[in-house]
Ligand binder design. Structure first.
Ligand code: MN
Length: 140
Protein backbone atom coordinates (compact mmCIF):
# COMPACT_ATOMS: atom_id res chain seq x y z
CA UNK A 1 0.00 0.00 0.00
CA UNK A 2 1.32 3.40 -0.92
CA UNK A 3 1.20 5.94 1.85
CA UNK A 4 0.22 9.54 1.45
CA UNK A 5 3.22 11.79 1.84
CA UNK A 6 3.05 14.91 4.00
CA UNK A 7 5.72 17.59 4.06
CA UNK A 8 5.97 19.36 7.43
CA UNK A 9 7.67 22.76 7.28
CA UNK A 10 8.29 23.81 10.89
CA UNK A 11 11.31 25.36 12.62
CA UNK A 12 10.31 24.54 16.20
CA UNK A 13 11.82 21.13 17.06
CA UNK A 14 9.18 20.28 19.69
CA UNK A 15 6.32 21.02 17.29
CA UNK A 16 8.07 19.10 14.53
CA UNK A 17 8.45 16.03 16.75
CA UNK A 18 4.87 16.18 17.98
CA UNK A 19 3.37 16.59 14.51
CA UNK A 20 5.60 13.96 12.92
CA UNK A 21 4.79 11.39 15.60
CA UNK A 22 1.08 11.89 15.06
CA UNK A 23 1.39 11.68 11.28
CA UNK A 24 3.41 8.47 11.51
CA UNK A 25 0.83 6.98 13.87
CA UNK A 26 -1.84 7.87 11.29
CA UNK A 27 0.16 5.94 8.66
CA UNK A 28 1.34 8.96 6.69
CA UNK A 29 4.82 9.19 5.25
CA UNK A 30 6.51 12.28 6.73
CA UNK A 31 9.03 14.64 5.16
CA UNK A 32 10.57 17.40 7.27
CA UNK A 33 11.87 20.84 6.39
CA UNK A 34 13.07 23.44 8.92
CA UNK A 35 12.75 26.65 6.88
CA UNK A 36 10.79 28.01 3.93
CA UNK A 37 13.55 27.60 1.37
CA UNK A 38 14.19 23.99 2.27
CA UNK A 39 10.43 23.43 2.23
CA UNK A 40 10.13 24.69 -1.33
CA UNK A 41 13.06 22.60 -2.48
CA UNK A 42 11.60 19.48 -0.91
CA UNK A 43 8.16 20.16 -2.37
CA UNK A 44 9.71 20.31 -5.83
CA UNK A 45 11.85 17.25 -5.34
CA UNK A 46 9.40 14.94 -3.55
CA UNK A 47 5.96 16.19 -4.65
CA UNK A 48 4.16 15.62 -1.34
CA UNK A 49 0.40 15.00 -1.25
CA UNK A 50 -0.08 17.76 1.32
CA UNK A 51 1.98 20.38 3.14
CA UNK A 52 1.72 21.53 6.77
CA UNK A 53 3.18 25.02 6.76
CA UNK A 54 4.34 26.94 9.81
CA UNK A 55 4.11 30.66 9.08
CA UNK A 56 6.92 32.12 11.15
CA UNK A 57 9.95 30.47 9.55
CA UNK A 58 13.59 31.40 9.00
CA UNK A 59 15.01 32.25 5.54
CA UNK A 60 11.60 32.40 3.86
CA UNK A 61 8.38 32.77 5.87
CA UNK A 62 5.34 30.56 5.39
CA UNK A 63 3.28 33.19 3.59
CA UNK A 64 5.99 33.80 0.98
CA UNK A 65 6.70 30.09 0.60
CA UNK A 66 2.99 29.44 0.02
CA UNK A 67 2.76 32.23 -2.56
CA UNK A 68 5.68 30.73 -4.44
CA UNK A 69 4.18 27.23 -4.28
CA UNK A 70 0.82 28.44 -5.50
CA UNK A 71 2.36 30.39 -8.37
CA UNK A 72 4.13 27.28 -9.63
CA UNK A 73 1.80 25.35 -12.01
CA UNK A 74 3.46 22.06 -11.10
CA UNK A 75 3.03 22.53 -7.35
CA UNK A 76 -0.08 24.64 -6.92
CA UNK A 77 -2.42 21.65 -6.64
CA UNK A 78 -0.75 20.48 -3.42
CA UNK A 79 -3.01 21.43 -0.49
CA UNK A 80 -1.28 23.67 2.07
CA UNK A 81 -2.53 23.79 5.66
CA UNK A 82 -1.09 26.72 7.62
CA UNK A 83 -0.06 26.28 11.25
CA UNK A 84 -1.06 29.59 12.80
CA UNK A 85 -0.17 31.00 16.19
CA UNK A 86 -3.38 31.41 18.14
CA UNK A 87 -2.50 34.81 19.54
CA UNK A 88 -1.52 36.37 16.25
CA UNK A 89 -4.58 38.23 15.03
CA UNK A 90 -4.69 38.36 11.26
CA UNK A 91 -2.41 35.35 10.71
CA UNK A 92 -5.23 33.17 9.41
CA UNK A 93 -6.56 35.78 7.03
CA UNK A 94 -3.09 36.45 5.69
CA UNK A 95 -2.51 32.70 5.34
CA UNK A 96 -5.66 32.23 3.25
CA UNK A 97 -4.77 35.34 1.26
CA UNK A 98 -1.35 33.83 0.49
CA UNK A 99 -3.08 30.77 -0.94
CA UNK A 100 -3.23 28.36 2.01
CA UNK A 101 -6.16 25.96 1.66
CA UNK A 102 -6.87 25.74 5.38
CA UNK A 103 -5.28 26.45 8.74
CA UNK A 104 -4.81 24.90 12.17
CA UNK A 105 -4.19 26.98 15.29
CA UNK A 106 -1.31 26.36 17.63
CA UNK A 107 -1.16 24.84 20.15
CA UNK A 108 -2.15 22.03 17.82
CA UNK A 109 -5.14 19.94 18.76
CA UNK A 110 -4.19 16.48 17.51
CA UNK A 111 -7.72 15.34 16.86
CA UNK A 112 -8.39 18.49 14.83
CA UNK A 113 -5.24 17.85 12.83
CA UNK A 114 -6.33 14.27 12.06
CA UNK A 115 -9.81 15.46 11.05
CA UNK A 116 -8.47 18.18 8.75
CA UNK A 117 -6.12 15.75 7.04
CA UNK A 118 -8.98 13.35 6.42
CA UNK A 119 -10.92 16.13 4.79
CA UNK A 120 -8.34 16.43 2.01
CA UNK A 121 -8.72 12.75 1.14
CA UNK A 122 -5.11 12.24 0.25
CA UNK A 123 -3.52 8.84 -0.25
CA UNK A 124 -5.10 5.44 -0.36
CA UNK A 125 -5.72 4.64 3.28
CA UNK A 126 -9.43 5.16 3.87
CA UNK A 127 -10.65 7.76 6.32
CA UNK A 128 -12.32 5.09 8.39
CA UNK A 129 -9.12 3.10 8.57
CA UNK A 130 -7.24 6.20 9.76
CA UNK A 131 -9.82 7.00 12.38
CA UNK A 132 -9.65 3.47 13.72
CA UNK A 133 -5.88 3.64 13.91
CA UNK A 134 -6.13 7.02 15.54
CA UNK A 135 -8.44 5.71 18.25
CA UNK A 136 -6.14 2.75 18.79
CA UNK A 137 -2.97 4.82 19.09
CA UNK A 138 -4.45 7.75 20.94
CA UNK A 139 -4.17 6.26 24.40
CA UNK A 140 -0.69 4.80 24.03
MN1 MN B 1 8.03 28.96 13.52
Amino acid sequence: MSRARILVIEDNPDNMTLISDVLVSLQYEVLQAVDGEQGLQMAEEFRPDLILMDLSLPRLDGWSATRLLKSNPELRAIPVIALTAHAMVGDRERALEAGCDDYISKPINLRELAAKLNRFKIGRVSCREREERWVLTEHV
